[in-house]
Design a protein. Structure first.
Length: 382
């Protein structure tokens, strides 16, 4: 190597510290974080593929050293990194509900097993061992935990705190088989439609079982999203379960949708609006300040627990299977498939993010439909 090349490799930009190009083509930046017990400088290195990248990272580090906020990457534990990732990268970029779900799975399944380790020391086998311990849980919980922890480790790699993401090499254990979705049979549905007649939440229950709306979407529905002329509703928000928040965006991009509503159900909605307007005239202009389609007796949002308890009492009093309001959505989907609705149509109506999610959820219905389809050929073999 010539002296001119050597000089070029070790050149440092103004205020950049010691930056050099390595033999493997990567760029290295060296910096000092003080002295050891013998008075010798404690030097650290960071690496990047280009000079610009490593200079940018070095500037951040030097700033943190100068402001006494520097943390030696080799001393960061996984527990500390998880907390940093949640607060700095997720708290302001996702809904509170999503943030809480991220925190919950990391607190329950990752921190107890890996939290004590230094981030720099984590290896695929450590992560594999952690997920192997989750074998008795549902597939959904295992996959969701991996998704969240993978995002966390991916950011650590981007920040150059680890050289590789150990989550990429994990083979997930098989979780518990998914329980078959419980729904009303066709006969039970007919009985249900009879017993809700005149009930406080009759129209709400009708909407759930005839449209497949999520409960949060139903309770967050406002009158400006109801088009009586064209028999459609716009689903563009959901009632929040978080205290202090009224509405949330819909669950996914595909959840933001326009829903056709059966004409007979729209007639019930019209009657419901007339009754609500009568109550509003009696109570005054402050009644139903959020223009909600469904309210409690005071004109405020119906709570999830109130709707659930009310449905449970109704079913119990009439000898019907005890279901949550969400199972009325499943009942709608089941009747749709039984009536010949195709999977893509159902996915769009339900607002599922993928058709796989729809087919996985209603596998039991599809299996029965396959059996019926096969039996149509039985006469040929008699």
């Amino acid at each position: 190597m010539t002296k001119e090349k050597e000089k070029k490799k070790k050149v440092r930009g103004q205020g950049e510290g010691n930056i050099r190009e390595r033999k493997d083509g990567r760029w290295e930046a060296r910096y000092s974080i003080g002295v050891d017990s013998k008075g010798n400088p404690i030097r650290k290195s960071i690496y990047a593929n280009t000079r610009g990248e490593v200079a940018k990272e070095l500037t951040k580090i030097l700033n943190s050293i100068n402001t006494n906020t520097y943390i030696d990457p080799s001393k960061i534990t996984i527990k500390e990194w998880i907390e940093t990732w949640l607060i700095d990268y997720k708290k302001n970029s996702v809904s509170k509900k999503t943030y809480d779900s991220y925190k919950q799975v990391l607190d329950l399944y990752v921190k107890p097993n890996l939290g004590y380790m230094y981030l720099k020391d984590i290896r695929p086998e450590n992560v594999q061992s952690t997920f192997n311990k989750m074998k008795g849980l549902s597939d959904r919980t295992i996959k969701y935990t991996k998704t969240v922890f993978n995002m966390c480790m991916k950011r650590a790699k981007i920040n150059k705190l680890i050289a590789d993401n150990p989550c990429e090499y994990v083979e997930l254990p098989k979780g518990k088989a998914k329980k078959e979705v419980t729904v009303l049979t066709e006969e039970e549905q007919i009985e249900f439609l009879n017993v809700i007649d005149g009930h406080q939440y009759q129209v709400a229950f009708l909407m759930l079982i005839s449209t497949g709306l999520r409960v949060s979407e139903l309770l967050g529905l406002t009158w400006d999203c109801v088009d009586f002329e064209n028999n459609i509703i716009d689903v563009d928000k959901a009632l929040s379960r978080v205290e202090g928040e009224l509405f949330n965006p819909t669950k996914t991009e595909l959840s933001n949708r326009t829903m056709p509503v059966l004409e007979d159900i729209m007639e019930f909605l019209k009657s419901h609006k007339v009754q609500q307007n009568i109550v509003k005239l009696q109570a005054g202009k402050d009644y139903n300040p959020y223009n909600l389609v469904f309210t409690n007796i005071y004109g405020y949002p119906v709570s999830f627990s109130s709707l659930s308890k009310s449905l449970k009492r109704l079913l119990e009093d009439n000898g019907l299977p005890l279901l949550s309001p969400h199972k009325l959505r499943h009942t709608f989907a089941t009747r749709g498939l039984e009536s010949g609705m195709d999977m893509k149509e159902l996915q769009v109506l339900l607002g599922h993010s993928t058709m796989k999610l729809t087919s996985d959820t209603y596998t039991h219905v599809l299996d029965k439909q396959k059996e019926k389809a096969m039996n149509k050929t039985a006469h040929l073999f008699k």
